[in-house]
Write a new protein. Sequence first.
Length: 271
Amino acid sequence: MLDVKHAAFQINNKHILKDVSFNLPTGQILGVLGANGAGKTTLLKMIAGQRASKDMIYWHGRPIESLSHNEKAKQIAVVNQFNHNVFSLDLEQIISMGLLPHQRLFSRVSAQQKHTIADALAKVGLLAQRKQAFHTLSGGEQQRGLLARALVQRAHLIVLDEPINHLDVFYQHQILHLLKQLATARGLCVVMSLHDVNLAANYCDTLCLLNEGQMLAQGAPQDVLTETLLQSAFKTPCKVFPASQQHALRVEFLPHSAPHIDAQFGQDNLI
Ligand SMILES: Nc1ncnc2c1ncn2[C@@H]1O[C@H](COP(=O)(O)OP(=O)(O)OP(=O)(O)O)[C@@H](O)[C@H]1O
């Protein structure tokens, strides 16, 4: 169980995150939504133990900062948004890094572990690319590769920052479906930020909607994805179509003109 209690973060006296609280039972996926700069990445980094979070984030009752490096590596897998990789390693080598928390120093990869790596590669559709240098993979392939590394890590908490950013529509569904299956079958907690509210409605059990660092709403998709809340968070008109037996709830954002942008273009004579 993940517990976030009054999470707050400041940089240079600027409140990036203010009093954000929620909990997530095992086996569930939480989607973190919000406009650019709302604080999603900051919150995810705190949950992943990559930002200071004294007594604000608890994993199975323990403050996240009290976990040792090794415990963290075994318990938490992180798939970050930007991967400034300096690796000249191939994909298989990158994925095998997920085994490190479970291995003794300098031990060889066992046959069982090789099978686990091949299985993870197959699950993200990258078996054929396994010997390709990681930095030569496309953005979407790199993202799927990092997810495969998280699978191999067998962590119980997976934190993903915009995991489907670079993915085509087939892999968007494939990866989110896989995360949902894993969350249920292995009893994982999955926390991810997303920009696509319709995918969030389809795959997340629960959502939190951030606005300027504060929790605007949290709960089941139908309670969070309302026209009023979405318009307030994204400053864009929208229409919400309720869920039916066949389909999850669907949001359609409507074209609009943003007065501040119009004013700027007007001033600069760009149009
Ligand atoms: N090191 C920093 N110094 C100053 N401001 C920062 C710093 N890191 C983050 N911020 C600010 O904190 C706010 C929240 O950033 P964050 O990356 O958490 O937003 P986000 O919701 O993930 O945005 P996006 O959707 O664009 O990825 C932003 O306004 C950002 O400019």
